[in-house]
Design a binder for this molecule. Sequence first.
Ligand code: B12
Ligand code: SF4
Length: 623
Amino acid sequence: MRLLLINPRFPESFWSFKWAADRILPGRQATNPPLGLATLAALCPADWDVTIVDENIASLPLAPDADIIGIGGMGVQFDRQRELLAYYRKSGYRVVAGGSFASLCPERYEGLADTVIAGEAEYVWPQFCRDVERGRPEPLYQEAGVVSLADSPVPRFDLLDLARYRAVSLQFSRGCPFRCEFCDIIVMFGRKPRTKSTAQVGRELDALRRMGVRSVFFVDDNLIGNKPAAKELLRFLAAYQREHGYRFEFGTEASLNLAQDAELLELFRAANFGWVFIGIESPDPASLAETLKFQNTRQDLLTSVRTIYANGIDVFAGFILGFDHDTTESFARQQRFITDSGIQAAMIGLLQATPKTPLYERLAADGRLNLDTDGSDNVKLWTNVVPKRMSYGELLTGYRDLYRRLFDDRGIAARVRHKLRHLREPVATQTHGLPETLSIAGRFIRHGLLAGGIPRVLRFVRSVPWWRPRVVPQAVTDWIVGLSMRDYIDRHFEPSGEPARRAAREYLHRLERVLARYRQAGVLDISLNEARNAAGTLSLRLKGWLDRGFFVRAARQLETALRDKRTYVSLRVDALHETHVRHWRKLLRRLSRYGDRVEIVLSEALRHRAGVDSSVFTLRFDP
Ligand code: B12
Ligand code: SF4
C-alpha cells in the first residue's frame, strides 16, 4: 500500500519567525517537523510504502503515486487541511483526516474525508491499516481508551528532511495534571501524564544523533507533569549528554512550579536544557485564580522566572489578555511584568475559547461566545470571547498597542538587559558550527542592526554584557527573536486599515494603467478585494493569450506593490499558453520572496504545467 502523509501549510504567526528564517537562518524554513506524521508512519505495516510531505518546507505533489493520502493538522491548519482533503478526494484518492483538530472536533470533518482518525493513533491506526487491507475501512476510528506510550514507536525521522527545521521534535509524555480552564490538552490527553521509558527516549536520541541533529524540542504538554518520571528522564539525559559530548541542546514546555524545585532545575541544567516555554498567562493573581491556574500563584512570578534564569535556562512564555478580571489597566501591568522579567519570546494572546474546554462551556452558557470568529489561534487580532470589563474594541486596541510598545528597540533592549542580569552561563549550548555562527552574526549585523541605523546599533551595544562573553550569543538570539516578532507586528497589526487601503488602491490604478491593453483585449481582469484583509488583495485573472511584455510588466508592478509589506496579491490563472510558461516561471521567481502574501489559483488543466511551489505560494485549486 502506498501512503502519502501531508502536514498542511500553517498560516503565518509569531511562531513562524519569518524574518529570522528569511534573513538570518536561510535554509531553516520551519520551526519543527510534523512528529505526529512521523509517528503514524512508524505505526504502518512494514510493507507499506510511506512518504511524508510537509507543505511548510516542500511543494505538494499534485498527482502523487499513492493509494491513500492522510492529512493532519491543528485548528489553525483546518482551512488548508479541508482544501487539501477536497482536492485529493476529488482527484480520486482515498483521503484520511487526523491530527490535533480532528482529535478534538471529529464532527467538524463529517463529509470531508473518507476516514477520520480521532485521538491518539497508536491503537486505532493499525486497526485502520488492517481494515484497508481487507477492503473494509470505517468512516471513523476514535480512540476511547488510554494509550500507553510504551506502545508508541520510534518515529520515522528518516522520512523527514530534518535539516530544514530549527529544532527537531521528540516526545516523552502526554497529559498534564493541572486544570487551567481554557486548556484543551487535558480534554485530549487527560490529567494523568503518561510517559515513555528512558530506553525509548534513548533510542529516539540515537536515531537523531545519527542524523546529525543538535537542537531537540521535547514537545510534551508539561515535561514535569509527573515529577518523579521527569527526574528519572533528566538524569538519563544528563548521562547521555556526558557520554556524547553534550551533543544536544534541549528545550521544552513545563509549568512554572519548575522554579520551586531546586533539584529539578539542577537536573535541567545538567541535561543542557537551554530554554523552557511556560504558560505564565497573567501577572494578576485574580486572573490566574479565575482561570484555575493556581500553580502560578504559589510564588512571586518574577522570582520564579529569575530562579530559572539562575540555572542558565532561558524562558519563553505565553501570556493571555481578556480574562474576566482584566481591565484596561491590565495592558500596562503585563508590559511591566514582561519588561522586568526580560522574557523576549513573549507570546501574548487574546483569551480564546477552544471548543470542548470548560471555558467554552462556561461562556456558551453565559452567552458570551462570539460564534462568528474562530477560536483556534490566540495570537491574532480577534477572539471568540466577549470580554467582561472592557469593550471588544478596547481589548484589541490595548493588545495591539502593548505589542507595539514591547517590541520597539527600546523594549527589546530593556528585556535583554533585564534577562542577562539574572541568566547564568549555560552548560554548553553551541548548536551551530563556527562557519554557521559567523554567517548568522554577519547577517544579523547587516539585516538586523545596520538596517535599524545608529540608534539601534547603540542600543544593542549597550544591552550586551560584553564582559561575560558566554552570554553574548543569548543577547544576539534575543535581538533576533525581538526583531522577528516586531516584523510580524508591523505586517499584521496595522492600527487602521485606511492608509494600507489607500496604498492598495494606488497600486491597483497603476496596474490598470500599465496593463490596460490586456484588459481591453479581454484577456485580463484586475480588481481589489477589500474584504479579505486590512489592505485588501490585488487580484489578477489571466484569461487568455498574454505575451512576454505582459509578464515583465506585471512582475515589475506586483513586486513594487509587494515590497509594501501590507499588500496581498491573488493570481488566478485560467489560461497559460505553452510558449509563455517560461515567462510565467520567471514571474513566479520574482514574486517568490513575497510568496507568503501571494495566492495562486489554478484551473484543473494548468495544475501541472504552472509549476507552482506550494511551500512558497498559497496554492489554491479552482473548483
Ligand atoms: C510542537 C507543537 C507546535 C509547534 C509546531 C508543530 C508542528 N510542526 O506540527 C509550534 C511551536 C510551531 C506550534 C505552534 C502552535 N500551536 Co502547537 N503544539 C505543539 C505540541 C506541543 C506538540 C505537537 C506534537 O508534535 N505532538 C506529538 C505527536 C506524536 O502527537 P500528535 O500531534 O497529537 O499526533 C498524534 C495523533 O494526533 C495522530 N495524528 C497526528 N497527525 C495525524 C495525521 C493523520 C492523517 C492521522 C490519521 C493521525 C494523526 O497520531 C499521532 C500519534 O498518536 C502540541 C501539543 C500536543 N500535545 O500535541 C501543540 C498543539 C498542537 N498546538 C496548538 C496550538 C493552538 C498552536 C498555536 C496556534 C499556538 C498559538 N496560539 O500560536 C501555534 C500555531 C502557529 C501557527 N499558526 O503556525 C494546539 C492545537 C489545538 C487543536 N486541537 O488544534 C495544541 C494541541 C496545544 C494546545 N492545546 O495548546 N505548536
Ligand atoms: S499547565 Fe498548561 S497543559 Fe497543563 S492544564 Fe494548564 S495550560 Fe494545560
